[in-house]
Write a protein that binds this ligand. Structure first.
Ligand code: SAM
Length: 202
């Protein structure tokens, strides 16, 4: 399958199966509970659906949608503008493993994106080191289905891999020996998904 076909097929499937595949996303957004004046950046924001929801719940926060390539950020900017939220949500384009933000970001969020962004360990390291003390990284993503029967688990993982989605629920272990990082990790639904919060020490 050509890359462009894979990407269109993934976007289509992502849209129709979003409620099933994005299990836990709503709870993840509710638990964010940002303080006024904070800046939140979603890495791999897609069409900025999550940021639009956050914007509706929290008026007094600065929101940044970050994605790659430019084709994706142009389409996200267009949707944000159509909703009249361009003053609330800024959209930036770049490669997440190396991008350096001009402004201070208090919270980075990854919603079902870390598993599909290349070099995810470098991505996490890059954003974590740009956090101020007390800043957080919030992740919700696919797990490795450890409690699921092999007959379901193997085709499911195979299906995700076709669309370049590679679940890595143990990824936060790269911070295990980092004294500046506090890790909260919760696996859900027999390993279907995981929620993680990384907090940079004060
Ligand atoms: C599965 S989508 C996540 C969509 C969104 N978070 C949601 O919940 O609807 C993954 C996103 O990561 C973006 N992406 C892929 N590689 C990237 C990179 N190197 N840097 C930044 N974003 C990237 C893709 O363009 C895509 O929009």
């Amino acid at each position: 399958m050509a890359e462009s076909e894979k990407s269109s097929a993934f976007k289509f499937l992502h849209t129709i199966t979003k409620p099933l595949f994005c299990y836990g996303e709503n709870r993840f957004l509710e638990e964010l509970n940002p303080r006024g004046g904070e800046t939140i950046c979603e890495i791999g924001c897609g069409n900025c659906d999550n940021l639009i929801k956050i914007c509706k719940r929290n008026q007094n926060v600065n929101l940044i949608g970050f994605d790659y390539p430019e084709e994706q950020t142009k389409s996200a900017s267009k949707l944000v503008k159509e909703k009249g939220l361009e003053k609330n949500i800024k959209v930036l384009c770049g490669l997440a493993h190396e991008y350096v933000f001009d402004e201070q970001i208090d919270r980075f969020i990854f919603s079902y994106s870390l598993s599909s962004i290349p070099r995810p360990k470098e991505v996490l390291t890059n954003v974590f080191q740009q956090l101020p003390p007390g800043g957080t990284v919030h992740i919700v993503d696919f797990g490795n289905f450890e409690w699921w029967p092999t007959i379901v688990k193997s085709p499911l993982i195979g299906f995700l891999n076709i669309f370049q989605v590679f679940p890595e629920p143990e990824i936060t272990s790269i911070f295990e020996h980092n004294k500046e990082c506090n890790i909260d990790l919760e696996k859900k639904f027999g390993g279907y998904s995981f929620l993680a919060v990384l907090r940079r020490g004060l």
